[in-house]
Design a protein around this ligand. Structure first.
Ligand SMILES: Cc1ncc(COP(=O)(O)O)c(C=O)c1O
Length: 368
């Protein structure tokens, strides 16, 4: 008898699912701990929470929940376009920016025919989606300690390549691409590829690049942004693409009619306008990053200097350090699934959360 797996699309059946940061509730259940006593530094969320203005927008929207959301996302797309000096048609909303990745595959790749190019330690979802879509994935070696090598990426493009994924800052490495290198890369792209520039952590950058120039100039580029990070709305699943009107039309064709929900649209618009909340988050992140990196230096731990709201640090045995910290109610991200089994990634928490983490880390490290 055939099993359901025999009938399944082999791309799906063989997929190793994405391993997200462990939820607080799971750890509480497994270890019999109070959820309130657990801190999560595993998914690069905003530790000070969502913007109060976003919460107010959600409360104001609640009585309308019996209606479908605006499938075209008029108010939010207009608001985003206004912030960036673009037109509504340059903006595509996604159920998290993860959905934008999926829409790009839907719109630009065909199974068995096309390939994508990305970096060896790029955000895992690019490769995962390639597998799911039956598309080849070339991962290019990095240089100088976890830095993406844009020249090597350009050199790896073949006639079959349709999408190129570059994240700046990248997750899990936290490294950014220098502005001039990114400019040169965008100018050098061959005609037959679409570049996806993942800017999930863009708002944490000092001296951010003017990647919008490429959109204004009509290049084949998709800039991905999200409300999950600096705006603290990860739970609502809302992100967006900034792109040319031609590409946005193609991405729009691939999405479900109501891919983003009403609460997310309202909250995101309010959060976008709450620059005070973003500023506060960036200041806390900058201070926390400096503190973590200085502490790792004092401890003689190798780490990757970060430009985002997390730091990748070498601990010897990530699986065991993850477990020991978890037993103390601290959830970090083991990098075993990223094929970096000696490293953990720590999101920058509040000062009090970092106090706890730094107090417990030495006891969790392997004894020499
Ligand atoms: C580099 C990068 N891109 C995209 C995402 C997806 O974020 P979301 O789907 O929450 O917008 C993440 C999430 O961690 C990320 O780190």
């Amino acid at each position: 008898m055939l099993s359901a797996t025999d009938l399944a699309n082999p791309e799906v059946a063989n997929l190793v699912p994405y391993e997200p940061g462990k939820p607080i509730d799971d750890v509480a259940r497994e270890l019999g701990l109070e959820p309130g006593s657990i801190i999560k530094l595993a998914s690069n969320e905003n530790p000070i929470g969502p913007s109060p203005k976003a919460l107010e927008a959600i409360r104001n929207t609640l009585p309308s929940l019996h209606f479908y959301p605006d499938g075209a996302g008029y108010h939010l797309r207009n608001g985003i376009a206004g912030v960036f000096g673009l037109e509504l048609k340059n903006v595509v909303l996604g159920n998290g920016s993860n959905e934008i990745i999926e829409l790009a595959y839907h719109s630009f790749t065909r199974p068995g025919q096309h390939e994508i190019v990305t970096s060896e330690n790029a955000f895992a979802v690019y490769e995962l989606m390639a597998q799911l879509f039956g598309v080849g994935c070339t991962k290019v070696k990095e240089k100088d300690g976890f830095h993406q090598d844009l020249d090597a990426i350009l050199a790896a493009i073949t006639p079959k390549t349709r999408l190129v994924f570059v994240a700046s800052p990248n997750n899990p490495t936290g490294t950014r691409i220098p502005n001039d290198a990114l400019d040169r890369f965008l100018d050098a792209l061959p005609d037959h590829v679409v570049a996806v520039i993942d800017e999930a952590y863009y708002e944490f950058l000092d001296n951010p690049p003017d990647t919008l120039r490429a959109v204004r100039e009509g290049k084949k580029v998709i800039l991905m942004r999200t409300f999950s990070k600096i705006q603290g709305l990860a739970g609502l699943r809302i992100g967006y693409a900034l792109t040319t009107t031609e590409i946005s039309g193609l991405l729009e064709r691939s999405r479900q009619p109501f891919n983003t929900n009403m609460l997310a649209q309202a909250a995101a618009l309010a959060a976008l306008q709450d620059t005070e909340h973003q500023k506060k988050t960036k200041e806390m992140t900058d201070a926390g990053r400096l503190r973590l990196q200085e502490a790792f230096t004092r401890m003689g731990r190798k780490f990757v200097p970060s430009e985002a709201n997390f730091v990748l640090v070498e601990v010897g045995d990530a699986a065991s350090v993850f477990k020991k910290l978890q037993a103390k109610g601290i959830i970090v991200r083991s990098m075993v699934s990223y094929r970096l089994p000696a490293w953990i990634r720590v999101s920058i928490g509040t000062p009090a959360q970092l106090d706890l983490f730094l107090a417990e880390l030495p006891g969790a490290l392997p004894t020499a």
